[in-house]
Design a protein around this ligand. Structure first.
Ligand code: GLY
Ligand code: MN
Ligand code: MN
Length: 426
């Protein structure tokens, strides 16, 4: 069976089950539509409802509705307006369309009467909400659907892999641009060009950080100024790509010179690869996060930042100063894909440990979930200040590494029953 057909079959089964469990006879899923900025006739890039793009793999579709009733072929009301302002692409004959009853609509007035369908739910953002509040994004239904999104179909894994293939082209171009002495902005543009994305197509804003800037975890600027090569130290890039609505999310760190920081990156990379190998079905992800704290403490001990042994550094909470975020998250239709804190289809929450509030994934790993593994260590001035003068820290070493900002290495991994599939190291 082809990958997309098998994918749709899973969605039909999962949605049928979710509707039965939540007491609905059918569901409308709205793509959403672009909204303008406040007091303006311009708007930001539109992001499609992930539930809609789970079914319909066309990134630019808006103002369209999917209708699903168990036992019936799903229907897509595909909005292709007669519009002389925009180029309208006819997607009604695409390959994916054969699994749907596609009704092309030229105007909103051709949309069906949503209220006429008995006992239906509506899934979509609030700009269009034709059903009662209680039937709009009902929690019980969403809990089931979100849980079903954790374990990816082969089609979804293929899409995330392709998103990795694209992003890796960008990463290679970015690496070259860094060693050529380009500015953050120039590196960013080299990345976009190599993966043939425009800014709006990216799954998240690129983090392109030189020298001390990697210490800002979500560094959001791209300096236009080139740094003289004699002053260039480090480069962290966290950037993905998009394939049929699925994201990749990859981070690499480089040292400009063959120095101690280069050695630190190498050791972090080896530890990150050990963590990737641990991502087997049944593995407790919280435990992997704690393992990461031990490995990062080993790195910091090896490079003379921790004077105490790694176990003591973890026990004292020192590793949290250097690794303040979580080890990773689910990846899929959304970069931080849904259900990271949920352990069943009823939406039962497993909160992260109190000392690790930013951990986005707390469940045991499930077969065919796609996750990120992204340990980091940073020299964040604000966090360093909180432990200023601590006797187990070599502050001369902190001063030596602070101008490099920090390290993060991030791969996208498919959880398997035995072993893993690393989609990023291909
Ligand atoms: N790029 C955001 C993250 O790594 O989670
Ligand atoms: Mn990332
Ligand atoms: Mn990530």
């Amino acid at each position: 069976m082809n990958l997309f057909k098998a994918h749709i079959n899973k969605l039909i089964a999962a949605t049928t089950n979710a509707l039965e469990q939540s007491g609905y006879d059918g569901v409308w899923i709205y793509s959403g539509h672009p909204e303008n900025n406040f007091l303006d006739d311009m708007g930001p890039a539109h992001t499609i409802n992930p539930h809609f793009k789970w079914w319909v793999p066309v990134a630019h579709v808006t103002s369209s509705v999917l209708h699903f009733v168990p036992g019936q072929k799903p229907t897509v009301y595909l909005h292709q307006p007669a519009d002389f302002w925009h180029k309208i692409i006819d997607n009604s004959q695409d390959k994916w369309a054969q699994y749907f009853d596609v009704k092309v609509i030229g105007h909103y007035s051709e949309l069906p009467d949503f209220k006429a369908a008995k006992n239906h739910a509506w899934i979509g953002s609030k700009e269009l909400q034709p059903l009662e509040e209680k039937d709009t994004n009902p929690k019980a239904l969403l809990n089931h659907l979100h849980f079903a999104r954790i374990q990816k179909t082969d089609y979804e894994i293929h899409c995330i892999k392709q998103a990795n293939v694209l992003a890796l082209k960008g990463h290679e171009a970015a690496r070259k641009a860094f060693y050529d002495g380009c500015s953050e902005y120039e590196i960013h543009m080299a990345y976009l060009q190599a993966c043939e994305h425009n800014e709006y197509e990216m799954p998240y804003g690129n983090i392109v950080a030189l020298n001390e800037n990697p210490s800002v975890l979500h560094y959001q600027f791209q300096s236009r100024t080139r740094i003289p090569q004699a002053d260039l130290k480090s480069f962290l890039i966290d950037a993905g790509a998009n394939f049929k609505g699925y994201a990749s999310d990859i981070t690499r760190t480089y040292s400009f010179n063959d120095d101690a920081f280069a050695g630190m990156i190498q050791m972090m990379d080896a530890k990150q690869q050990i963590l990737c190998q641990q991502a087997i079905a049944g593995q407790d992800y919280v435990q992997m996060h704690l393992n990461a704290h031990h490995y990062i403490s080993e790195v910091l001990h090896e490079f003379g930042v921790f004077k105490c042994d790694p176990e003591s550094a973890v026990a004292q909470g020192l590793s949290r100063t250097f690794f303040p975020h979580g080890l990773g998250h689910y990846l899929g239709l959304q970069v931080h894909d849904v259900s990271g804190h949920v352990i069943d289809e009823l939406g039962t929450v497993k909160a992260p440990p109190a000392e690790h509030p930013f951990l986005r994934l707390t469940d045991s790993l499930r077969e065919n979930a796609v996750i990120t593994i992204e340990p980091g260590l940073y020299f964040v001035p604000m966090l360093m200040q909180e432990i200023a003068g601590h006797k187990d820290i070599n502050w001369d070493k902190v001063a030596e590494f602070q101008p490099y900002g920090g390290i993060r290495i991030e791969d996208n991994v498919v959880v398997k029953k035995e072993g893993i599939e690393n989609l990023t190291r291909i």
